[in-house]
Design a binder for this molecule. Structure first.
Ligand SMILES: NC(=O)C1=CN([C@@H]2O[C@H](COP(=O)(O)OP(=O)(O)OC[C@H]3O[C@@H](n4cnc5c(N)ncnc54)[C@H](O)[C@@H]3O)[C@@H](O)[C@H]2O)C=CC1
Ligand SMILES: NCC(=O)COP(=O)(O)O
Length: 328
């Protein structure tokens, strides 16, 4: 029987951002996958031209693909509502972005794709268009009816987040014992099932400076975080912490764990991005399908110039393939 290439649904994200040209760059490479972009083909051709890439786009017909030459890309056409000007957001195209995500998620849920790899969306413009939207993670969670966790990974560091896109003022109230138990259970299960790590060790940050300094700098560690960790330790999970976040990421600590759970976005991600911005991968844990993404945003300042770095999208596609092969 002929081998079928694993099939990746690619959503380039915000059409005025760098996503379309990065998808063109990915397709120009020799990655061994059936790449199916869900996008406006005219946008992809224009983006490829901006980088001087030759792209051959064929309309996707659902047939399995045994091989793909560099530059070949299949496409499920979705038209933008307005012509796209690189670098200039247009709220009229917010519906286009959401339609591409919905098609990708539904295809994954139906078993049509082996994984989704997403380019960056602009959360602000989707909200400006009147659609409450806090990110792919939450969008796919709602579409799949799953509890999820956002995790970013470089080759040497995995950082999962207990809370994601919230104003800092709302973070402390969003951290509950039940929420942490749910989050850690998802991280643990996916490290085992999706990443193939037996008995993973997870380091958990405190919320407050010095992990609360014994209750003198906040009570969340004593009242919420430690009880959640103790309950899960009693079930056999290997958890370290709550650790003072300022030293949770020093090399000696990281050697002791497979992932770190940060309490909020800017507790964990600056560390990860300082180490690996441009080549880290965002992966959504807890979904019934595989979803990986870039570590960066829409980079409107670079869109259309042909200079944006495609390394994170390539790493996201490679991780999706690795996770899909473990699943298969
Ligand atoms: N996966 C996603 O959908 C993500 C979306 N975003 C969204 O992107 C929008 C812009 O966010 P910002 O905070 O400005 O972050 P950003 O990542 O778009 O830009 C930050 C800086 O990094 C540079 N940069 C980003 N990607 C690059 C690339 N591939 N190659 C070279 N340089 C690159 C930009 O030029 C800029 O100087 C926001 O709406 C945010 O919500 C942000 C992060 C992830
Ligand atoms: N900071 C990560 C980010 O904004 C990406 O979020 P998502 O769109 O992958 O949920």
């Amino acid at each position: 029987m002929t081998r079928r290439l694993p099939r990746l649904a690619l959503t380039p994200g915000e059409p005025a951002g760098v996503g379309p040209e990065l998808v063109a760059e990915l397709a120009a490479g020799d990655i061994a996958a059936d790449l199916v972009a869900i996008a406006d083909p005219a946008l992809l051709y224009a983006a490829a031209a901006a980088r001087g890439l030759a792209l051959t786009i064929r309309e996707y017909d659902g047939a399995p693909l045994a091989e793909r030459a560099p530059g070949e890309l299949r496409c499920i056409p979705v038209a933008t509502a307005h012509p796209v000007v690189p670098g200039t957001l247009d709220r009229a195209n917010a519906g286009y972005v959401l339609d591409t995500l919905a098609r990708a998620a539904d295809g994954c849920l139906a078993g049509e794709f082996d994984a989704i790899v997403t380019g960056p969306v602009h959360k602000g413009i989707i909200n400006d268009a009147g659609v409450p939207f806090s990110g792919h993670t939450e969008f796919f969670a709602a579409r799949a009816g799953s509890d999820v966790v956002m995790m970013l990974a470089t080759p040497s560091l995995r950082v999962a987040l207990a809370t994601t896109h919230l104003p800092l003022r709302a973070v402390a109230d969003a951290i509950t014992r039940e929420g942490l138990v749910r989050t850690l259970a998802i991280v643990h299960a996916d490290l085992v099932d999706k990443f193939g790590i037996d008995e993973p060790r997870i380091a958990v940050c405190g919320l407050n400076p010095h992990a609360g300094e014994g209750g003198h700098l906040g009570s969340e560690e004593i009242e919420t975080i430690k009880p959640a960790l103790d309950a899960l330790r009693a079930e056999g999970m290997r958890l370290i912490g709550p650790l003072p976040a300022d030293t949770a990421f020093v090399p000696e600590q990281l050697e002791r764990c497979d992932a770190v759970l940060a309490m909020y976005h800017d507790q964990g991600l600056p560390v990860l991005k300082a180490q690996g911005f441009g080549s880290a991968v965002n992966v959504t844990l807890g979904l019934p399908f595989i979803r990986t993404s870039v570590d960066h945003g829409t980079a409107l300042d670079l869109a259309g110039k042909g200079t944006a770095d495609a390394a994170s999208l390539v790493a996201a596609a490679r991780m999706a393939l690795r996770l899909a092969s473990l699943k298969r």
